[in-house]
Design a protein around this ligand. Structure first.
Ligand code: CO
Length: 623
């Protein structure tokens, strides 16, 4: 075949976003990028994915960098290759719906600072949640890439995906991405889906994004390309595979052997790879080095790898790791009950936490998170399949269900946000947008930035590296995954909810996710605020033990005098309890553990409601 007749397949490089988010807990720094940016720009990629929710969050939270500045600096070097970002539709880079004025202004500033291609997705594939973002990208001159979040379920048919693609095409998208975040798209299914999309929308460029988690992605890309996809996402080989993207060099060789051209400069790729192979020695966290090359389990349960490691660490933190098989069995059932949402942030967290609660509470939906409530009431968008009416009523309680576009309920928010920040901390308009998306994290970063240069607090990521090096780990640091931190955050919202239900008449809406967000200090994700604030004084303030059979705390956590997560009212001293029945709760990290009565009799509580307790502390005595 003559060179000029070869069909061109474009390659997007994810090394600067998804690859290090998947393998390095998003710890790549701007300086790391700038040292190799020029070579990357010369390699012949179609686009460079370099911005998204986690990169933005980690920049401020752990690296003490301004994400906007990172964008400007990359753009200053990469003049040939378009920059690309992942945008969560109406959620922008955060975890909730933002008013339209914030979405529009964010997109405008991103364009102004050098972003070219916006991959816009919605966790529920609800087109109403994509409208404003796509319209804004078009308005400010960006390339709007629509997205299909790929998942499998009885309602996720090829016809349903084609319908979604047509809806997005009607919004004026420039291209369409199939986003296979769990790495579950098989070559056969990809061929069928791309084939149908090409028939329905012959002019629409199609790009495929996947992860090597299950080991299928290179073969799947090949099938998709043969069916008509024109662009695939890869990472430079040393930062590919495992839960990252397929290796760029291998994919390019496969494509070229099949008569496609990629236009990539293999010499440049070798130079780039050598750079990241060296950088890996100081940037790859210990947790990543322990990863299995292929997680064949995904082929069976279709649960994204990152989600399972979250579930595992949460359960381990409370000595309930043995219940992981039960949680993995429960998760698909919870997902079905919730109308089969694709498992991607934030639905992966909502479904994951709810599944854990369904197992640990002993009774499904006896404890429902605030997030589940809002999800079931329609505040995240339309669920792919409707939720059973009876279950929905049980889940949402007093909350009013909605059917409109969730953002229609929101008043413009930019002006109010600007007023929230102390004026001396704001340097530019972009700071207000950073604050809207990650309020606590941004404020802490602004305060750090305002410190004088010779008296700045240490950078959290540097501390992680020092701590890792001092510890037993062979690899430099045990990094906190922002998604894990998010998971802990949801748990903290429960803790606040429980405390609120337990006595005060606090406004329950105040514990909505985001309000109870962590301040983001390293390692804090492992502690509830009450645990973190535990002191000897708290312990001494506990009442002297009366005589009887003690009920002891099985783990460190926060004590609640409630009999079960579903019954938030306080249990009373002198109440009759039966041996084996739940008589109180210890919340550890993010989960509520009902504690069983050790005897039959009348109970007297020793620990204070809402106070931190240590494993072995006496919580109550039964006489
Ligand atoms: Co991805």
């Amino acid at each position: 075949m003559k060179k000029d007749t070869l069909r061109k397949v474009r390659i997007t490089d994810t090394t600067l976003r998804d690859a290090h988010q998947s393998l390095w807990a998003t710890r790549m720094r701007t300086d790391d990028i700038l040292k190799i940016a020029s070579a990357i720009d010369d390699a012949g990629y179609y686009s460079l994915e370099c911005w998204g929710g986690a990169t933005f969050d980690v920049c401020m939270r752990f690296l003490r960098e301004n994400p906007w500045e990172r964008l400007r600096q990359i753009k200053a070097v990469c003049r040939k290759t378009p920059l690309q970002m992942l945008l969560r539709g109406q959620n922008i880079l955060g975890y909730k719906h933002y008013p339209d004025d914030i979405v529009e202004r964010f997109v405008a500033l991103a364009c102004e600072n050098g972003m070219d291609i916006f991959r816009v997705f919605d966790a529920l594939n609800d087109p109403r949640n994509l409208e404003t973002a796509i319209a804004s990208v078009k308005k400010y001159g960006g390339h709007a890439q629509g997205t299909i979040c790929y998942t499998t379920s009885p309602v996720h048919t090829v016809a349903a995906y084609v319908k979604l693609a047509r809806q997005e095409a009607a919004m004026g998208i420039d291209s369409l991405a199939i986003k296979d975040m769990a790495g579950i798209l098989t070559p056969g299914a990809a061929r069928e889906l791309v084939d149908a999309l090409v028939k329905a929308l012959p002019e629409m460029p199609i790009q495929v994004h996947s992860h090597m988690t299950s080991g299928m992605a290179t073969a799947m890309y090949m099938a998709a390309v043969e069916a008509g996809a024109g662009c695939v996402d890869t990472a430079i080989s040393t930062m590919s595979s495992f839960s990252s993207q397929p290796p760029c060099e291998s994919m390019a060789s496969i494509l070229e052997s099949e008569g496609f051209s990629t236009g990539l400069d293999m010499k440049k790729l070798a130079e780039i790879n050598a750079y990241f192979a060296e950088l890996k020695k100081t940037r790859q966290p210990a947790s990543s080095a322990k990863m299995e090359p292929v997680d064949a389990g995904v082929l069976v349960h279709a649960i994204p790898g990152g989600m399972i490691s979250n579930l595992r660490s949460q359960l381990a933190a409370q000595d309930a790791l043995d219940r992981l098989p039960e949680v993995l069995e429960e998760l698909p059932k919870t997902r079905a009950d919730m109308g089969y949402p694709p498992l991607v942030t934030p639905t992966s967290q909502i479904v994951g936490v709810q599944s854990v609660l369904n197992v640990l509470s002993g009774k499904r939906y006896s404890m429902v998170t605030d997030e589940t409530k809002h999800y079931a009431a329609g505040y995240y968008g339309r669920t792919p399949a409707p939720i059973d009416k009876k279950l929905q009523k049980k889940l949402i309680g007093e909350l009013k269900p909605i059917t409109c576009r969730p953002a229609d309920l929101l008043k413009p928010g930019l002006a109010a946000a600007a007023k929230d920040i102390p004026p001396k901390l704001i340097k530019a308009e972009e700071d207000i947008l950073s604050y809207c998306l990650f309020p606590e994290v941004a404020l802490e970063y602004f305060k750090w930035r305002a410190q004088s240069d010779d008296a700045k607090d240490p950078i959290p990521a540097d501390l992680e590296m020092q701590n890792g090096a001092a510890g037993k780990e062979a690899c430099p640091h045990a990094a906190v995954d922002p998604e894990t931190a998010k998971f802990a955050e949801i748990g903290r919202a429960f803790a606040a909810l429980m405390a609120a239900c337990g006595g005060t008449k606090a406004d329950l809406s105040a514990v909505k996710l985001g309000v109870a967000a962590p301040s983001g200090r390293v390692g804090e994700a492992a502690l509830s605020p009450l645990q973190a604030g535990r002191s000897d004084k708290d312990v001494a303030s506990q009442v002297k033990e009366p005589a009887g059979t003690p009920v002891k705390a099985p783990l460190n956590g926060t004590f609640y005098r409630s009999a079960s997560p579903g019954k938030p009212e306080l249990a009373k001293d002198g109440a009759a309890v039966k041996a084996g029945d739940a008589c109180c709760i210890v919340e550890a990290m993010k989960l509520f553990n009902p504690i069983k009565a050790t005897a039959t009799g009348t109970i007297t509580f020793v620990a204070k409601h809402g106070s931190p307790v240590a494993k072995g502390d006496t919580l109550a005595v039964i006489a």
